[in-house]
Design a protein around this ligand. Structure first.
Ligand code: ADP
Length: 541
């Protein structure tokens, strides 16, 4: 093994151990006994006439949103929904969808978002796995829900949100106590490997993330923040995109998918809607930047752009600050299983290093970098990233085996659990974490252990390179080789990339094939689709 990664006893000094366990943890902040439910209701009392949700020409005040959510909650309770019962919300993104999600929380249920355009097969699997017996529907999803229901052992109780609202009825709060330890929501991970897993998270982790995000990105109560709701309802980041503004008395502005596909229209919406906080995936930042460089436009209201889900390229950051020096960029990192993003780096300018770190742990979060025996890796040494603290979700719903694999006892704080991300990272001298890619992206080439993410990070640090992905080709037994794909400025060639890499990584980490492409293929959630890249396209070097 050329890297010498043998079994290691703890090589760490007591000081280093202390630093990793405490010094690098997020600040400890007392959590309130309240949940998002109480705090939203408080806002509705404080500022009933403020605008809570905007969608095209539709505008709802806090009073209106709360009344609608309360009606839904009462209907769910009448239908027999009890504490922690899973309720599927099979709706497109709209103000009604937000009212439905809030209604589920207010009734003490567990929110399970399902997209009306999903194949019925997938819906059935998700409903079965989560033992879901109740669905909230809209006209466009009724057919799908009926088809799914017919395939379940017991038919679903189906409640039409439109009918609930047109019937009127109770608008006062249902008064169901919701506690911090209670399950709040389930998101099924996209299932790139094996069958989808339903990650179940609790209210305490949900609220902790909201508070951290609000505080660290400088959002303040009543300051009129407008947060764009962009993400698909099945991507966990969609939750804070509406919950954070509603916690503050701010406004959620729903931006349709069609608008996002037309970047000019998207910019118009951000400007006209006076959006102050935006969250996107790196590939969309790229689309946005390219457009804004060609059609410069002041974004006066915008204060903060959060980027998440995948590695943020250094070049994108340089270009962003060249165009918008006063708008901060936040690189947020985490997994659905850890209540969204438990780490982030808030950038107010181009970082000194030629790559972007994932920053530090949020409040009440511990980040560990572990060796193969789950002992702390020495500072600066790559290891698996694990999270502990309030962010750790309860597990995968009705899937004990896979829960036990990923949610393991926290060896450093007995009685607690930690979540193994399957990602690699290392601590940098400035107490920031460098993300080094997925564990399953660790490969052996000619006996050398290689983190694919490290090659990708270096590729992204090359001037002119905008997107980069590295995959392997060749099956076990054959000679496996590395294949790189990149997009970038016209003057960057595959030969240039090869020459650059040769100066920054050992020769065994320089990909055998390097392909230049216009854009990298993306998955439904906007992440690079590595499966689609497995077959090379275009000219190589
Ligand atoms: P998220 O909703 O935060 O994207 P997912 O559960 O969809 O969470 O995916 C989690 C995985 O996405 C992480 O384990 C990591 O591999 C990758 N990821 C998320 N954020 C980042 C980031 N800022 N930089 C690099 N990789 C990231």
């Amino acid at each position: 093994d050329p890297h010498g990664s043998h079994e290691r006893k703890s090589l760490l000094s007591p000081e280093e151990t202390e630093k990793q366990l405490h010094g690098l943890a997020g600040p400890r902040v007392e959590l309130p006994e309240a949940t998002f439910v109480d705090l939203f209701q408080q806002r509705a009392r404080d500022c009933p006439d403020a605008i809570a949700v905007e969608h095209g020409s539709v505008r709802w005040t806090y009073r209106e949103l709360e009344h609608r959510a309360n009606r839904i909650a009462h209907t769910l309770l009448t239908a027999g929904v009890a504490r922690e019962d899973v309720v599927a919300v099979v709706m497109d993104r709209s103000p009604d969808w937000i009212a439905a999600a809030l209604g589920v929380f207010l009734a003490g249920g567990v929110y399970l978002p399902v997209r009306p355009d999903f194949p019925v097969e997938r819906v059935v699997t998700q409903l079965e796995r989560s033992a879901c017996a109740v669905a909230l529907t809209e006209p466009g999803s009724e057919k799908l829900v009926r088809a799914a229901s017919a395939r379940l052992a017991a038919p679903l109780t189906t409640l039409s949100v439109r009918r609930i609202q047109s019937r009127g009825g109770l608008t006062e709060p249902p008064g169901v106590p919701v506690t911090p330890g209670q399950a709040a929501y389930i998101y099924f991970t996209s299932g790139s490997t094996g069958s989808p897993k339903g990650a179940l998270c609790e209210h305490a982790g949900f609220l902790n993330h909201l508070y951290a995000k609000i505080e660290d990105t400088g959002m303040t109560a009543g300051a009129g923040d407008v947060v764009a709701q962009i993400a698909s309802q099945c991507f966990d980041i969609s939750l804070w995109q509406f919950a954070a503004p509603l916690l503050l008395g701010g406004t959620v502005r729903i931006v349709d998918t069609a608008t996002q596909l037309d970047v000019g229209a998207f910019v118009e919406e951000i400007v006209q809607g006076r959006v102050t906080v935006l969250q996107i995936v790196p590939s969309y930042l790229e689309v946005l930047l390219t457009h804004l460089e060609q059609h410069p436009r002041p974004l006066d209201a915008l204060r903060s752009v959060s980027v998440t889900g995948e590695a943020l390229g250094y070049e994108s950051v340089q270009r962003w600050f060249a165009a918008y020096p006063d708008i901060q960029l936040v690189n947020a990192y985490g997994a659905t299983e850890t209540s969204d993003d438990p780490m982030h780096e808030v950038l107010r300018g181009v970082p000194e290093r030629d790559f972007v770190t994932v920053g530090r742990a949020l409040r009440n979060v511990h980040t560990y970098v572990l060796d193969e025996n789950l002992a702390l890796a020495p500072l600066g040494t790559p290891g698996e990233i694990a999270f502990a603290g309030v962010c750790v979700g309860r597990g995968y719903i009705n899937d004990e085996e896979r829960t036990r694999e990923a949610f393991v006892p926290d060896p450093f704080r007995p009685g607690n659990r930690m979540y193994r991300t399957g990602d690699f990272g290392r601590w940098l001298p400035e107490d920031r974490l460098e993300f080094l890619g997925r564990r399953d992206a660790q490969v052996k080439i000619r006996g050398f252990r290689i983190e694919i993410g490290e090659i990708e990070n270096r590729l992204l640090s090359m001037p002119g390179v905008r997107e980069a992905a590295v995959v392997t080709e060749g099956d076990v037994g054959e000679e496996r080789v590395l294949v790189a794909f990149f997009s970038g400025a016209d003057e960057v060639s595959a030969e240039g990339v090869r020459a650059f890499l040769a100066t920054v990584v050992p020769d065994y980490m320089v990909p055998t094939h390097i392909h230049r492409v216009d854009r990298l293929p993306l998955t439904e959630n906007g992440k690079v689709d590595k499966k689609a890249l497995a077959r090379p396209a275009g000219e190589g070097a």
